[in-house]
Design a protein around this ligand. Sequence first.
Ligand code: ZN
Length: 467
Amino acid sequence: MATRLIFLILLWKSKLISFLISFFRIGQASNFPGKLALLFQKDILRNFNFSKDCKLIFITGTNGKSTTSGLLANFLKLSGKQVFYNKSGANLLSGFVRTLCHYSNLFGTTKADFIIFEVDEATLPLLTTQLKPDLIAVTNFFRDQLDRFGELDTAVKLIEKGINNSNHDLITVLNADDPRVAFLNINTKKVFYGFEKNTFEDLLLNNNKNKDSDWINDPEEATNCPKCNESLSYKIKFLAHLGDYECSKCGVKRPNRDFEISNYKADNLATNLDITFNNHRNNFFTSMIGTFNLYNVLCAISIAKTISNITNTQIQKGFQSYSTIFGRGEKALLKNKVSWIYLIKNPTGTTEVLKTLLNIEKARFVIGINDNLADGRDVSWIWDARFDLLSDHNKPIFVTGKRALDMGLRLKYSNIDSKQIYISENIEKTINHAISQIEKDETLYILPTYTVLLEMQKKGLCKKQSL
Ligand SMILES: [Zn+2]
């Protein structure tokens, strides 16, 4: 009884503080109310109630969490369901407390059909001791902000622990093409997604005939067998270490896929794809482009089809009304010139963004690198990202942020003429300069790390995303 009373008082206090913060516009809604509530009740999340049919979905892994959650939320909303999700990307425990305080009524009950949480590797085990999800999806494991989470093995163990904390009837949706995800040491009902080998074999070979087989040189993660640690042999790699693999020593191989991309056609503006499930090919059309997004799309559809009775038409409508998550392909209007912002944070994501954008004619680039805590202090990842793809780009490249010099050096080592590289740590100045330099028919692509993006918002260089 006392616990319940403390919970309700904390809930009302959090609601009040959140209201005051937004009423007086004291910065963006922060995690402060959540932090405060956690200080008084460590297991506060246990006290929230959900309506009987509410499904709780967690999406974790290194890349693609935000895009996948955003898409999934859109699909489910379009099927007439009430959906809550932490679209602010609040990944810490306090963020989840704040989100649930916000969405629940004065008695701590959340009335939604679906709640979607995007969860960091390190937060998952903490969260699943208090909340019991119905479904957990794991997208992939890449080296990302290693200084925050330590080795890849640590991330894998954290996710295993998080999943094993959960209920026995938990469903996991797993990327079959990533050996570490497919062979997580967990005991759950598993649904696998991945690419069909044959279709992609032809496409990859055709696509790369003139490109020096780029995909072979992609930044890679460990490709050892998750069971016996022998080197895995690949029949094909779709993206970095994601592919069709096999272990010659113990026989581990890529599991069969329940959801599979069996065909796709893409140009600079759109992707037309077939996804096979329940022995049927289903055609979808989306304005999302790039191999990475194919994985996000596939993961979101696999979850939606597994946990609801959504129709293909509703999914298609979801694609049409989906606007990308801020910073991951956001259109901005700077001084009446159209530009696009693509957040970069790790080697693979950055390489994919570069590959996608270099296909676009008349693209011009600004690259902004900071090394604040939220960016990851260690910027050595820029040496693993394929900035050498820019070596044929015979236009000026603008480099900015606290680590502009390092980034400039990285470009010089990619055989880019130093006369072509403009370096200034001043973000506002650099972006204004870049805008003044581009021609009418050119488009500016800004690739910032997270806090460079925040500074751009602060200086009014792009719009703020409200929560
Ligand atoms: Zn093996």
